[in-house]
Design a protein around this ligand. Structure first.
Ligand code: PRX
Length: 653
């Protein structure tokens, strides 16, 4: 098909209300094909979730499915289980000993396959290595690693002994790592000498050493030797992973954990400068991950499941590790960048490993689209049977490209909405049941209930409003580490008893939800959540900056790009060098993902009478709608006049 006629076809498919049906072939084999499941779950949500929970192995059964005293939920009360046992031992004992659990490829091209038996052996030993150093139930363990199998082993080993893992994305800076370690009061850190990204080495232990200067609670550091990258070893505190494994006993009894014992914390951005440690517990979380992996991805024993998310984010926790491993699936893990050494790397992996289910983010799809279809077309992608997206709204054009170019028009696409806080996906289509509407996520999964509300909690029939979750679900967050008040304030105070998502949404006549983006000061940059306040705090930490305000400007690939407006201290002059320095300053304080794309020096920042920064005006400036040449902003009177024009327009309605 020529490029022009292809575009014509996409345009036609994008006409309002376009609905696509998963292929008859897919529907014929789908395991969840009866829409009755929704009605059954709605009639008895607790019974429904209990049926899923029974697929796990429990040491002691629960006495009550749900105890709900808003906003506090307990799922599977009194039950005891172990997440690691469920993800590893259970499969080893049930005939999957020799099944591949992890199929891994490093960026330089090295490969490893770990069967469930291999995983069992590694996890047991590492659990003992931790235990031998006094790390046990309830202790917090920070993990700062590249995407290598040891990352999964480390998480499962923590789960095995009841330690709470706190994975920090390897792209975060040393300072961000230190903040997270200190907030959780972690006693151990697991890292690596380095990892590969776009052909260069990310020196994780070297960076961690900076963090370790200000983290007095850390007693032990484990380091995987990924390459032979130079690093400093502190005798007594720092341990090579392979040496610790040699000395460790081969079997470690899994700790029976209460269903509500903490499994992990994961830090995510909010509307303040300080990231929140989201708490997930064991029984409900694992049940939700297992159920959604099986149901939404129509998982079968023969599948090869590839979720491309880094495990540093919640998507990696739930759909690289806990969901698919609890289901006994084969997962693919890749260490590096999608365009290294060339832009067909992902498609090479799909072909080489025979990936059947592929789950990625819209930002990646938009990049693939820009690179061109010649890259996927170099490879045989016929093993794929289902595609998923997550993390941000997907524009219908990217959806169609994904569906046609990657899925060959044969694979249904599930657009899954959820959050770090929700633990597992909550709104999507079930591919054996629903038609697909590009750009619209779908409906709440069975056993979940959502609503679109006005500011004062009234349901909205048509049009947009705030997305709320109106009934507890098993994977829901149980708190914010060390900050119980913020938990209540942030999620449960807008409408008592209802969970406030901070997302806007609308619903169509078929009940499909279309997500409209965040309604708070949180940006979604390339599928990563970044609080504007965090970036602003990093900027004002610089000696030259008096005040800063950040907004998200539309970006074709990343969704949003960070644009920072900065007022300098008296006596400091704006310059290109200073812009560069400020961008680097943010990258150093938070990580490269938070580096502003642009810094605009402004003589003043436009504020309302109550002192609130007029972010909408800043966004209009950043996107060139009200002022072509932003350099004039350095003149405070320009800001003032723009502000006045804005206020007049607002007053005129
Ligand atoms: O705004 C929503 C967006 O991502 C936010 C959650 O970000 P995070 O906690 O980092 O988790 C991302 C991966 C689960 C949400 O508040 N979001 C997530 N999935 C979608 C989405 N927006 C639209 N469509 C989605 N499928």
């Amino acid at each position: 098909m020529s490029e022009t006629s292809h575009r014509g076809e996409i345009a036609e498919l994008l006409t309002e209300g376009r609905v696509l049906k998963p292929s008859a072939d897919f529907r014929a084999q789908a395991q969840y094909a009866d829409p009755e499941i929704y009605a059954r779950a709605a009639a008895d949500p607790e019974g429904y979730w209990a049926d899923w929970a029974r697929q796990l192995h429990w040491f002691e059964p629960w006495s009550e499915v749900l105890e709900w005293e808003p906003p506090y939920a307990k799922w599977f009360v009194g039950g005891t289980l172990n997440a690691c046992y469920n993800c590893v031992d259970r499969h080893v004992f049930n005939g999957l000993r020799n099944k591949a659990a992890i199929v891994w490829e490093g960026e330089p091209g090295d490969r490893r396959t770990l069967t469930y038996w291999d995983l069992y052996r590694e996890v047991n030993r590492f659990a003992n290595a931790l235990k031998a150093r006094g790390i046990g139930k309830g202790d917090r363990v920070a993990i700062y690693m590249p995407m290598i199998p040891e990352l999964v082993i480390a998480m499962l080993a923590c789960a095995r002994i009841g330690a709470v893992h706190s994975v920090v994305f390897g792209g975060f800076s040393a300072e961000a790592l230190a903040d997270r370690i200190n907030d959780a009061q972690a006693t151990a850190l697991i890292t690596a000498d380095g990892g590969y990204r776009r052909g260069t080495i990310i020196p994780l232990k070297h960076d961690a050493d900076y963090a370790l200067r200000t983290t007095p609670t850390i007693r032990h550091v484990f380091m995987v030797q990924r390459g032979s990258f130079p690093l400093r070893v502190v005798e007594g505190r720092d341990h090579w992973w392979h040496r610790a494994m040699q000395d460790a006993e081969p079997y470690c009894e899994p700790e029976p954990m209460d269903s509500e014992d903490m499994l992990y914390t994961l830090y995510t951005s909010g509307t303040t400068g300080k990231p929140k440690g989201i708490i997930h517990t064991t029984g409900g979380y694992l049940t939700g991950c297992l159920a959604t992996t099986k149901m939404v991805f129509d998982l079968r024993p023969t599948d090869v499941f590839w979720c491309t998310a880094d495990i540093g984010w919640v998507t990696g926790h739930s759909y690289v590790v806990y969901g698919p491993l609890a289901a006994g699936a084969t997962i693919v893990m890749y260490e590096g960048a999608p365009d290294w050494p060339d832009r067909d790397r992902f498609w090479q992996i799909v072909e080489d490993f025979g990936v059947t289910i592929f789950y990625t983010a819209p930002t990646a799809i938009r990049a693939f689209m820009k690179w061109g279809k010649q890259f996927p077309q170099q490879h045989d992608l016929s093993s794929l049977r289902l595609l998923g997206t997550v993390g941000e709204p997907i524009n219908p054009e990217a959806w169609m490209w994904y569906y046609e170019t990657i899925g060959g028009g044969r694979c249904p696409v599930v657009d899954t909405w959820w959050q770090t806080e929700t633990g597992h996906l909550l709104i999507t289509t079930l591919p054996g049941i629903h038609d697909m509407k590009p750009g619209s996520a779908g409906v709440p999964i069975p056993g979940v209930e959502a609503a679109i509300l006005t500011e004062d909690g009234q349901p909205i029939g048509k049009g947009g409003g705030y997305l709320a979750l109106t009934r507890p679900w098993p994977g829901m967050l149980r708190g914010i580490y060390g900050d119980p008040e913020r938990f209540v304030q942030q999620y449960w105070s807008k409408w008592p008893g209802l969970y406030f998502t901070s997302d806007g949404a609308k619903r169509d006549q078929d009940g499909y939800y279309t997500l409209l983006g965040r309604v708070d000061d949180v940006l979604n940059v390339a599928g990563h959540r970044i609080g504007t306040m965090e970036v602003e705090s990093a900027l004002v930490d610089h000696q030259s900056v008096a005040e800063a305000a950040c907004v998200g400007a539309h970006d074709e690939i990343k969704g949003a790009a960070i644009v920072a407006f900065v007022t300098l201290k008296a006596g400091t002059l704006p310059s290109l060098d200073l812009e560069g320095e400020l961008r680097e300053h943010v990258a150093r304080k938070i990580g490269a993902i938070a580096r502003p794309q642009r810094v605009i020096f402004s003589g003043d920042l436009p504020k309302t009478r109550s002192g609130k920064i007029m972010r909408r005006l800043l966004r209009d400036i950043a996107e060139g709608r009200v002022l072509g040449d932003t350099t004039t902003l350095a003149d405070a009177s320009v800001v003032d006049s723009l502000k006045r024009q804005y206020e007049e327009r607002e007053e005129a309605g």
